[in-house]
Design a protein around this ligand. Structure first.
Ligand SMILES: [Zn+2]
Length: 266
């Protein structure tokens, strides 16, 4: 076979049809923001010092993009600049939630630390949270053509073993066809990560993962994102604050004398 010019050697772009997209910014209820900063205040008030603490951002399962609440798990290690997360703890917390609530990310405070950005430990935590959250925030993003070299088209009940041996992929149809394109679903998942500090300061990222259901093609990405605050009509009342204060005392236990292996990890 002769090619007239090199451009004919280029493979055609795989066909892709976009269905949905992953969030480009974070949606957060005013109530959730208020609650996060209130926890910061209460930690400082209770322990007379700002400690790191972490919580989960929560969403309704029908609207995973919108953070409607903050969930506070048992924080069993609150060093001033270290917060560790484990998948078991995340699962435990998810189980404690009502059925319609899902975890869509995590939030933590650096307390009074001067460190305003995500740390190396945080980066590891993002991935642990994404692993857990991904199946719950998963949605079909697109249908993308799977590039198959040597696709062999066969007709049901009308082929021999030698025919199957040819090519890399066989498509068996119930009638004669001469051309076929295989489109796979690309699923996308996300989780949010928010770090807050004193004085209303916050920084946040969206972590995403895409996966082709047939090819196994997987990509991960993360990006700094803005938060769009949404008024959901709910605000933090005095009884809410009292309950939150009790929760902080019960769940956040400052560990001021860390074992040596923890100091090493800091
Ligand atoms: Zn951090």
């Amino acid at each position: 076979m002769r090619f007239k010019n090199l451009s004919q050697l280029k493979r055609p772009q795989p066909l892709e049809i976009t269905l949905k997209s992953l969030p480009q910014h974070i949606l957060m209820a005013e109530y959730a923001r208020e609650k996060a900063f209130k926890i910061n205040e209460l930690v400082k008030l209770t322990f007379e010092e700002s400690f790191e603490w972490y919580g989960f951002t929560l969403a309704d399962q029908d609207h995973p993009e919108l953070i409607i609440d903050i969930g506070l798990p048992q924080n069993d290690l609150n060093l001033q600049d270290y917060t560790a997360l484990g998948s078991e703890k995340i699962a435990q917390f998810q189980e404690s939630l009502t059925e319609e609530l899902i975890i869509n990310g995590w939030i933590h405070s650096h307390g009074a630390l001067n460190y305003k950005h995500f740390s190396h430990t945080d980066e590891q935590n993002h991935l642990i949270v994404l692993d857990f959250v991904a199946p719950r925030t998963r949605k079909p993003l697109s249908k993308k053509e799977v590039a198959v070299q040597d696709l062999v088209l066969l007709e049901k009940d009308r082929f021999e073993k030698e025919d199957v041996a040819k090519g890399s992929v066989c498509l068996i149809t119930d009638g004669p066809i001469t051309e076929a394109r295989i489109m796979e679903t690309i699923y996308g998942s996300f989780c949010y990560s928010i770090v807050i500090g004193e004085g209303g300061r916050h920084e946040q990222e969206i972590h995403c993962r895409e996966r082709g259901v047939l090819s196994g093609y997987t990509t991960s990405s993360s990006m700094a994102a803005q938060i769009e605050f949404v008024d959901t009509g709910r605000s933090l009342s005095q009884p809410d604050i009292n309950a939150l204060s009790d929760e902080v005392k019960k769940k956040i236990k400052p560990h001021t004398d860390p074992p040596p292996e923890m100091i090493e990890r800091m």
